[in-house]
Design a protein. Structure first.
Length: 232
């Protein structure tokens, strides 16, 4: 949003914290695992099922910002049409690598996926049963109807809907995610509703949830949350 968007400073800081912690945890698990064990970073956004090569350079010129992210893999050409959530994740990745160079290889080998609905649930089941240790980053919007300047028409249901989503994320309980009304989320423009079945399936069991930041500074509900495995 540019250097003048101070209302997003807390959001950016929380996102940096959540992403860096997730990758540090993943590397920590790998260090304590057998040499044959593998680790995989998986980045998922809402949309038609697809997988993208996001390891090349990424430009935000189409958004009116002269921001170009360097390639994650030297010599890799850029994908001309990356979905916006994947581009945002790449931006967070570039910030994470700058602060934690040891994370660079995880980003370079990451999978970049879009999914929704039943396909999202199936992907979550696959990741849960995968023998690799998986770090999962989801990027999506909450309700887009907060206040008179929101992208969609103001809707009084937006605030309680997002509050319910944030409470479910903080609970660490997949059952709470499964209770979120996906139909209402769609009416309110929440693309996160497309991904909660994935997180519920991938989590498999209750974990430790935490919401680090939540708000709707531009009429769209956003939250930064982490979900960690509960130690036995």
């Amino acid at each position: 949003m540019g250097s003048a968007a101070h209302e997003l400073d807390g959001l950016r800081d929380a996102a940096d914290q959540a992403v860096s912690r997730a990758l540090s945890d993943l590397l920590g698990e790998a260090a304590g695992a057998p040499a044959s064990a593998s680790v995989q970073l998986v980045v998922v956004g809402p949309g038609r099922p697809g997988e993208f090569d996001a390891a090349g350079p990424v430009s935000f010129a189409s958004f009116g910002r002269a921001v170009v992210l360097p390639a994650l893999v030297d010599g890799r050409p850029g994908d001309r049409e990356l979905p916006t959530p994947i581009m945002i994740a790449r931006y967070l990745g570039s910030r994470d690598i700058a602060a934690h160079p040891a994370h660079a290889q995880l980003w370079a080998s990451a999978r970049w996926i879009t999914t929704s609905g039943g396909d999202a649930s199936a992907l979550g089941d696959q990741l849960c049963s995968d023998q690799a240790r998986v770090g999962l980053i989801l990027v999506a919007d909450g309700a887009a109807c907060h206040g008179p300047k929101a992208p969609r028409a103001q809707d009084a249901r937006a605030e309680p809907y997002d509050d319910g989503v944030w409470a479910a994320l903080a609970s660490g309980k997949p059952s709470r995610l499964a209770e979120i009304d996906a139909g209402l989320g769609g009416e309110l423009g929440s693309t996160g509703a497309q991904l909660w079945p994935l997180l519920a399936a991938a989590a498999g069991a209750d974990g430790i949830g935490e919401v680090l930041w939540a708000g709707a500074p531009y009429g769209v509900g956003w939250a930064v949350a982490s979900w960690r495995r509960r130690c036995p």
